[in-house]
Design a protein around this ligand. Structure first.
Ligand code: HEC
Length: 148
């Protein structure tokens, strides 16, 4: 009972946040579009991590995911225009204050995503794992500075 109450107490505010999110009313909905682009990226990125961490490693499926991710690597960035810092964005204000740093992070990510598609051709988990990890590091680095 107590656990149930605790669960309710925790989940109600979370639900409210989800429903209470500001609608994206801006022309072309850039915030919605870049978030959708990141969702597609993680949809391909995450199953590769699961394969490497938990197995089974399926080199053919892995390669297909890596190629798919490579093809998506340019998709979020065009939606980060100068007037796109508005709710419901989770981007930090720092992103618009430090554009060079954001750009450097972005370039690292693009390089790493391309490198993963190349090394995935080897179908060798030992070679692939550190390259996947390097790509993961580019997500973490950018999110730490620029995403809430
Ligand atoms: C150069 C910076 C940068 C890199 C690299 C980056 N992200 Fe992000 N990501 C962001 C920012 C900024 C947001 C917040 C966008 C917004 O809410 O407007 C975000 C949001 C997201 C979201 C949330 C989308 C939503 O529904 O709100 C996911 C998931 C995500 N990123 C996954 C990833 C993954 C996985 C990687 C690496 C494979 C990655 N990102 C690499 C900057 C980056």
């Amino acid at each position: 009972m107590l656990t149930k109450l605790l669960f309710l107490a925790l989940s109600v505010p979370m639900l409210l946040t989800a429903c209470g999110e500001a609608p994206d009313t801006h022309p072309g909905q850039p915030v919605t579009q870049r978030r959708a682009a990141f969702k597609e990226i993680i949809k391909n990125f995450e199953p590769m991590g699961v394969q490497l961490r938990q197995g089974p490693f399926d080199s053919k499926k892995f390669l297909a995911l890596a190629i798919q991710l490579d093809s998506l690597k340019e998709t979020p960035w065009q939606h980060f225009g100068p007037d796109t810092n508005y709710p419901p964005t989770k981007a930090k204000a720092a992103l618009w204050k430090e554009p060079e740093k954001f750009e450097a992070n972005r370039k690292e990510f693009i390089k790493a995503a391309a490198a993963l598609a190349v090394v995935a051709e080897s179908k060798d988990q030992k070679q692939i794992t550190p390259v996947y990890e390097a790509l993961h590091e580019t997500c973490r680095t950018c999110h730490k500075s620029f995403k809430e």
